[in-house]
Ligand binder design. Sequence first.
Ligand code: SF4
Length: 282
Amino acid sequence: MSDTALKVADYKSDLKPIWCAGCGDYGVITPFYKALAEIQAQPKDTVIVSGIGCSGRFPYFCNTYGFHGVHGRALPTAAGMKIARPDLEIIAVGGDGDGLGIGGGHIPHVCRKNVNMTYILIDNSIYGLTKGQSSPTSPLNMKSKTAPYAYMEDPLNPLLMFLSYNASFVGRGYGGKPKDLKDLFVQALTHKGFSVLHIFSPCVTMNKQVTFKSMNEIVKPLPEDWDPSNRLAAMEKALDTGTFWTGVVYKDERDTIHERIDQMEERIGQYSGLEELCKKFG
Ligand code: SF4
């Protein structure tokens, strides 16, 4: 690396993270800075887009461009930016309430368009910033401010959702294992197409049931010989809700929306001669 290479500190903004002491999000942002340094992301060409929630504060803490939008709209905002400015590195960040509740309807469309960007879904199974309501990933029977006796709904399975919608890169990580997260970020950020990382990050203040302790018991890395091209096998791992498998669960190389736009332009170009012919004899 040259002397002018950017260092981890270059990606930290002047504003220090203000999450609660012990929040899992610290274990997410530190490897994120390291990954940006490893790929030498240029701060002037990088935009972090977030919705609302504790993890929605990510753009404030990063020395890049940032856009803190409205609740649940990080994905369409980020996708629009990428489509308008394909030269930029676009990263959307948000929590389970933001991304899977309010913004859940946007997920399939970004996946199927294969927009070349990264989505970091930071899941803590609770609405933390708004003081502890059940979220779309709160487990059945979990108690919360909105479910003082027990939560009566089944949780969503984000990993299975992303695989079902055929995201071209699906990874999973854990805020309690920041060392593994750095490599996962690098792989997601350098993937051609839509990459999504489902990262569990315990909320130590509002969620007393899904904790570092309970997660440590079920987090397990995928086997070393794991084949990430096998989508059906990836779905089986997603359905194994007794284990929180981490690593690159699924990866596929296919055309992005920009490549398809280029191909379309080329095809339209072939018809321009026909247009001239029509004018001549029209
Ligand atoms: Fe983290 Fe929970 Fe505090 Fe939000 S409320 S900063 S998620 S510990």
